[in-house]
Design a protein around this ligand. Structure first.
Ligand code: GDP
Ligand code: MG
Length: 435
């Protein structure tokens, strides 16, 4: 059987050269993209030994960079003893083949590196299924091309394709492989569907009891640091991309005594392979159903605007409007230019400046979240038996208790509670009197 998880075998501890083509009109974005690729490569445990960038309007159809640059790249590979070339854009299988032949070095693209990192960081069953599916879907059309190519070689030895582990399988084997892969993709989709359903039910269960706040944002924006600062959750914070692959949820006690569930989600990234976007739909969906959405942005990044726009684009895709989230401009401790901050602030309907590191602005953030929840909340008077401890503790946990009277075995609470909780109050034996 062909090993489809090619990148898992390839990127580790290898000497890498990064290659990029870019538009002269947008050099800053190109620089940021290359910087991110550098971080990605490092995260995949490659050692970046060289970089090559070429200004070009569009990639060369055969070799990504132009002919002259390929020759230069070949020289660089030998000189720096490189094991792998990583291109900043997605490559066609024919481009990979041509480059590998010419350079006599392994060639991968940005998507493969990202898939490799996701594979390394997948922790839960669901995350692992999602990653395997994304890898198979990414690799399948490429392998199909390769198989066709192999068919023509009729079982000869294949050179220049190191790491894939295919050495001239017979035609029969190719047919078997193809069907196995298709079946595996089908199975994965089914299993994932079941897991996602289960998670949705669990998430719905949670929302009944608690208000929910979700953190979304670009990778490295400081989501995990903020989560820690607010909850002491002990979510691992590292200067590494993709640290947070799975949604993590912790209780956050707001200053007014209410408890909310705070979730940290997967980070956004430039040019995310579309298979992964599809695979992580469930995570985004969960974020969307939150009562309050916090969009955390690294305000100190020179490309903050582009990052904010990228995340907002995705939020819009999953049906979030700007009035539904708070833009949290993070890392203000390292910002000297107040004017710039003001400019970023104006971009959002609701914005707050914080430093997750120093704690600056976290009070304002909490106050803003409380306001958001207040808007959702209804003020009601509820009567129940004084012995109904379950309901009483729920009211304290989830609502704001304004007044309470105990009389003849009946407890009467005046509280502010989120609208969607009214149903569970009734089912726990509370009688609602509008006030
Ligand atoms: P995530 O990918 O969004 O979860 O980002 P992390 O929380 O892992 O943080 C990424 C990096 O930014 C880490 O090195 C943090 O220490 C750093 N960081 C996070 N918040 C702040 C902040 O408010 N100020 C400064 N200076 N650095 C921060
Ligand atoms: Mg994180």
């Amino acid at each position: 059987m062909v090993d489809l998880r090619r990148t898992e075998l390839t990127v580790r501890a290898e000497r890498a050269i990064l290659v990029q083509i870019y538009s002269k009109r947008n050099e800053e974005l190109a620089r940021a993209s290359l910087e991110e690729l550098r971080a990605l490569a490092g995260n995949a445990h490659a050692i970046v030994v060289g970089e090559l960038a070429q200004p070009r309007l569009r990639p060369d159809p055969h070799t990504y960079v132009g002919k002259g640059k390929v020759a230069e790249l070949g020289g660089l590979c030998r000189e720096l003893d490189a094991d792998i070339v990583i291109c900043d854009d997605d490559l066609k299988p024919s481009q990979v083949r041509k480059l590998e032949e010419t350079l006599d070095t392994k060639v991968v693209d940005r998507s493969e590196v990202i898939l490799d990192i996701f594979a390394q960081h997948a922790r839960t069953h669901q995350a692992r299924l999602q990653v395997e599916l994304a890898q198979l879907e990414y690799a399948f059309p490429r392998l199909k091309k390769m198989w066709t190519h192999l068919d023509r070689l009729a079982g000869g030895t294949v050179g220049g394709l190191g790491g894939i582990g295919v050495r001239g399988p017979g035609e029969k084997q190719l047919e078997v492989d193809r069907r196995l892969v298709e079946r595996r993709i089908q199975d994965l989709k089914e299993e994932l569907g079941q897991v996602e359903n289960r998670r949705r039910i669990e998430a719905a269960d949670r929302t009944k009891k608690f208000s929910t706040v979700s953190i979304v944002g670009y990778t490295n924006a400081g989501k995990s640091t903020l989560m820690n600062a607010l909850t002491d959750a002990g979510v691992s914070v590292r200067d590494r991309l993709f640290e947070t692959l799975d949604t993590r949820t912790r209780r956050w006690a707001l200053p007014d005594g209410r408890g909310v569930m705070l979730s940290d989600t997967v980070g956004f990234i430039r040019k995310l392979p579309h298979h992964l976007v599809a695979s992580f739909h469930a995570t985004l969906e969960e974020a969307r159903t939150a009562d309050v959405l916090l969009h955390v942005a690294d305000a100190a990044s020179p490309t903050a605007e582009a990052q904010i726009a990228a995340v907002e684009g995705v939020l819009k895709d999953v049906g979030c409007t700007p009035d539904q989230y708070v833009l949290v401009l993070n890392k203000v401790d390292v910002i000297e230019d107040d004017a710039r901050l003001l400019l970023l602030r104006r971009k959002a309907e609701h914005a707050v400046c914080v430093s997750a590191l120093t704690g600056q602005g976290l009070d304002q953030l909490a106050a803003l979240v409380q306001q958001f929840l207040d808007h959702l909340a209804a003020e009601v008077t509820i009567e129940m038996s004084v012995g109904n401890g379950k309901l009483i503790s729920l009211l304290y946990e989830k609502g704001v208790v304004l007044d309470r009277v105990f009389l003849d075995g009946v407890a009467r609470f005046k509280v502010k509670v989120p609208q969607q909780m009214v149903g569970s109050i009734k089912s726990l034996g509370g009688r609602i009197r509008q006030s």
